[in-house]
Design a protein around this ligand. Structure first.
Ligand SMILES: Nc1ncnc2c1ncn2[C@@H]1O[C@H](COP(=O)(O)OP(=O)(O)O)[C@@H](O)[C@H]1O
Ligand SMILES: Cc1ncc(COP(=O)(O)O)c(N)n1
Length: 276
């Protein structure tokens, strides 16, 4: 395990009500013992009920934010969330490729392929889906929910655990990355998250799953953001894939179960990032 507190960078959009995006990431980094940093891709006027407006600053300014961090701070782990447009994806990709082109140690990268918010609002331009797929070969871990996994696999929505696993294997092989297939959108009493590994020389490492009882709550705003941020932190601390999955899933269960202690908004409220 690495000693000290790891520096974890979120590259994502904002949520002024504090439940999703950058704001959720920073809380999740802190909850898992990371030092949180962020570069904002887009300012989003949203709340627990939906998205009202999106303002993306010029990509030269995003690049300036990213360079400001990497010129000064060692980044031990990174995650991307809402990338929004082709231009933003290309800016982050160019920064990543140029920053880590030499012998500089490359932090692990978690990509949450954010496409549509819980409210149903689009957070990624439809024409940016292909650019996002190209971006994915930089990822160590990709964390799609059921609809995002279907788009990445180029197939219809998975309707069984077997179909979900097959799609995750296809995407893992296509991008040579580990997939966290999240089961929140499946129609089942248990919610199962599964880590699927790419096949190496014909053999595929065993997949790991963690299940929990489905919690009846509307407070699911920002769950995906928080899970990918937790993984980025735990892996930077040296946790194994299996440990990171167990810790994240158990924490998310408690964060959802105690979310009614918060009183935030009238729609899909946030989780309680600090349940203990
Ligand atoms: N109702 C629920 N009960 C328990 N866990 C849930 C529930 N909904 C989502 N989760 C957990 O929250 C995380 C996010 O899952 P999911 O809803 O599939 O992704 P997203 O938030 O990206 O749409 C996963 O770890 C999943 O297991
Ligand atoms: C800036 C931003 N990034 C991501 C999400 C998705 O979060 P969720 O799907 O959990 O609502 C969001 N609503 N806003």
């Amino acid at each position: 395990m690495r000693m000290g507190i790891p520096n974890i960078l979120s590259i994502a959009g904002t949520d002024p009500t504090g439940g999703a995006g950058i704001q959720a990431d920073l809380k999740s980094f802190a909850a898992h013992g990371g030092y949180g940093m962020c570069a904002v891709t887009a300012l989003v006027a949203q709340n627990t009920q939906g998205v009202r407006e999106i303002h993306a600053p010029p990509t030269s300014f995003l690049r300036a934010q990213l360079d400001s961090v990497s010129d000064d701070v060692t980044i031990h782990g990174a995650k991307t969330g809402m990338l929004g447009t082709v231009e933003i994806i290309e800016t982050v990709a160019a920064w990543w490729d140029e920053t880590y082109s030499d012998n500089r140690p490359r932090p692990a990268l978690v990509v949450d392929p954010v496409m549509v918010a819980t409210s149903g609002d689009r957070l990624l331009d439809e024409e940016a889906e292909e650019s996002l797929k190209e971006f994915l070969h930089r990822a160590d871990l990709i964390t799609p929910n059921v609809p995002e996994l279907a788009i990445l696999a180029g197939e219809a929505l998975a309707s069984s655990a077997e179909e979900l696993l097959a799609q995750a294997e296809k995407v893992a092989d296509a991008h040579q990355a580990v997939i966290l297939a999240k089961g929140g959108h499946m129609n089942s009493d248990e919610v199962t998250d599964t880590l699927v590994f790419p096949a190496e020389s014909g053999t595929r490492p065993e997949a790991y799953s963690r299940s929990s009882q489905r919690i009846e709550t509307r407070n699911t705003h920002g769950t995906g953001c928080s899970v990918s941020a937790a993984f980025a932190t735990l892996r930077a601390q040296g946790a194994s894939w299996q440990e990171a999955l167990a810790t994240t899933k158990d924490w998310m269960q408690r964060a959802l179960a105690t979310s009614d202690q918060l009183d935030v908004g009238q729609g899909n409220g946030p989780i309680n990032h600090f349940p203990d």
